[in-house]
Design a protein around this ligand. Structure first.
Ligand code: NAD
Length: 508
């Protein structure tokens, strides 16, 4: 497949990448420390293959020390005893520091993940907003009371922080996802141990610096760098951890549920998706095509909310495909450091091979590759990129229609009736998000009611607000983040029953 009529942005050296290798350490009890083993691991930039950072490789001793620090900081109440308003002020200060450091954070986010710099900047801005939103939650923690238990009894329901939270994050939105969890946990009064993905540690370390600068007390936040084994694994089995808040793959999410069963920790999971966008014949096809292209290529398709499964009414399938292919050719793919780029590099060579495997298997099974389907060469950059890819004639039983491809690859299926559209949309192990396109509000509402998903977009795709809860059903997760109730995940309920006066004997 030729890249002739695709929009490719070559490296032009406009943004120089830092020329020193970033050294990253763990944050334990307020101090930046190396691993006790002295071991390190390297991260190479996905766009160039250049060595970018060298991080201390966490082992069991480092993880235990971080958990002990978080436990101590929770148990001595240095954080949870502060009034919510005091925690709120610190969260707002962190938000201001994130804003002040946006360019630096965005640069490392781009270098490590391969995402375009303009997108990284918008994400960091969005993350700062979540810290501000979390501050409003800290001001508003409240329980309940029950005063109809009789004249001599008053019931009170207190909301208390759950305790020590393990936060385990993926590589696709490193800064944003930690910011969907940590400030809310902090608002509740919890302490935390964070493990960023081994592929994207840098911006979590920068966040750690900002947290100390803002005045978050030592031990309240700890960061351990390293891999699922042993760091992540210990963070899910250690008896001193009260809750695991995880975002990542469904496979690891299931392993975490199994690992936490011995200590019965609370688990909150934000997992994968195979999100359908259903396009009815009466939809505005130009608007839909634009949103489809955004939905599948945003973050190079390495996105839990990727709208990678298009289900279009047969009568308009050819017209829609034509529009989607034409728009796909216009989307600028290439140098992540160029502000015009909309789609950057693929996270690793292994992942690039996985994406390509899905595409080749689908073609062999009879699907039709309308555009792309191969690696994309970008002049001046030796990292891995993948072409915008549109695949039609996909059937519901193909792996490409059922599994997360996590690349810039769109699968198109067709339907005839509303019922068939709903059946196809729900024919998935996942249930993260779904979309519907129709000019008829009744169609949109009926679909929204019947589709199995945590979020439904009607005539739009992938909008997100801190004010609204986010999470998945089925194998896409457990629990909800954000929204006014997002803080509930990090709170325990305690019932207090108070006897008034001495009006009766208890028993005899
Ligand atoms: P992953 O599951 O491979 O890794 C996620 C994190 O878990 C990493 O930090 C990893 O080191 C750690 N880990 C690995 N094994 C572990 C274990 N046994 N115990 C504890 N921790 C372990 O996921 P990924 O490849 O980094 O991210 C991509 C996945 O994340 C996709 O499936 C995507 O859909 C999902 N995701 C979901 C959301 C959401 O909000 N629903 C958002 C972003 C990404």
């Amino acid at each position: 497949m030729t890249t002739q009529d695709m929009t490719v942005i070559s490296a032009d050296g406009r943004h120089a990448a830092p020329d020193t290798v970033l050294e990253l350490r763990h944050l334990i009890d307020g101090a930046w420390v190396p691993s006790t083993s002295g071991e390190t691991f390297d991260r190479h930039a996905p766009a160039t293959g250049e060595l970018l950072s060298r991080a201390c490789k966490g082992g069991a001793e480092d993880t235990n020390a971080a958990i002990a620090a978080a436990r101590q900081a929770f148990d001595d109440r240095r954080w949870s005893d502060l009034p919510g308003s005091a925690r709120a002020k610190l969260l707002t200060k962190v938000a201001d520091l994130i804003d002040a450091n946006r360019a630096r954070i965005a640069l490392y986010e781009t270098l490590e993940s391969g995402k375009p710099i303009s997108q990284a900047e918008a994400e960091i801005q969005g993350a700062a907003d979540i810290w501000r939103y979390a501050a409003t939650l800290a001001w508003n923690i409240r329980g309940d009371s029950q005063n109809a238990l009789g004249a001599d009894m008053l019931g009170m329901v207190l909301k208390e922080p759950i305790g020590v939270v393990s936060i385990i994050a993926p590589w696709n939105f490193p800064f944003l996802i930690v910011s969907q969890k940590l400030p809310i946990a902090f608002a509740a009064g919890c302490t935390a141990v964070i493990k960023p993905s081994e592929m994207t540690s840098a911006t979590t370390v920068i966040l750690g610096e900002l947290l100390l600068e803002a005045g978050i007390p030592a031990g309240v936040v700890n960061i351990v760098l390293g891999y699922g084994d042993p760091v992540g694994s210990l963070m899910t089995t250690h008896p001193d951890v009260d809750m695991v808040s995880f975002t990542g793959s469904t496979a690891v999410g299931k392993a975490i549920v199994a690992a936490t069963s011995n200590t019965l920790k609370k688990v909150s999971l934000e997992l994968g998706g195979k999100n359908p966008q259903v396009i009815f014949a009466d939809a505005d096809l130009d608007q839909a095509a634009d949103a489809i292209v955004f939905g599948v290529y945003f973050n190079a398709g390495e996105c839990c909310n990727s709208g990678s499964r298009i289900i279009v009414q047969e009568d308009v399938a050819d017209a829609l495909n034509e529009k989607v292919v034409a728009l796909s050719r216009k989307v600028p793919f290439g140098d992540p450091l160029n502000p015009k780029t909309k789609v950057g590099a693929i996270i690793s060579p292994e992942h690039q091979a996985k994406i390509d495997g899905y595409v080749q298997d689908a073609a062999l099974a009879g699907a039709k590759v309308l555009l792309g389907g191969d690696a994309l060469g970008v002049a001046g950059l030796s990292g891995q990129f993948y072409q915008p890819t549109v695949i039609a004639d996909v059937s519901a039983d193909m792996a490409i229609a059922r599994e997360e491809v996590f690349g810039p690859v769109l699968s198109v299926l067709t339907f005839q009736t509303f019922e068939e559209a709903v059946t196809l949309a729900n024919d998935a192990a996942y249930g993260l998000s779904a979309g519907v396109w129709s000019e008829n509000v009744h169609t949109c509402l009926a679909f929204a009611r019947q589709v199995q998903a945590g979020t439904v977009w009607t005539n739009t795709w992938m909008d997100g607000y801190p004010e609204l809860p986010f999470g998945g059903v089925k194998e896409s997760g457990l629990g909800r983040e954000l929204g006014p109730n997002g803080i509930e995940e990090f709170l325990e309920t305690k019932t207090v029953q108070m006897r008034i006066g001495k009006t009766r004997q208890m028993w005899v």
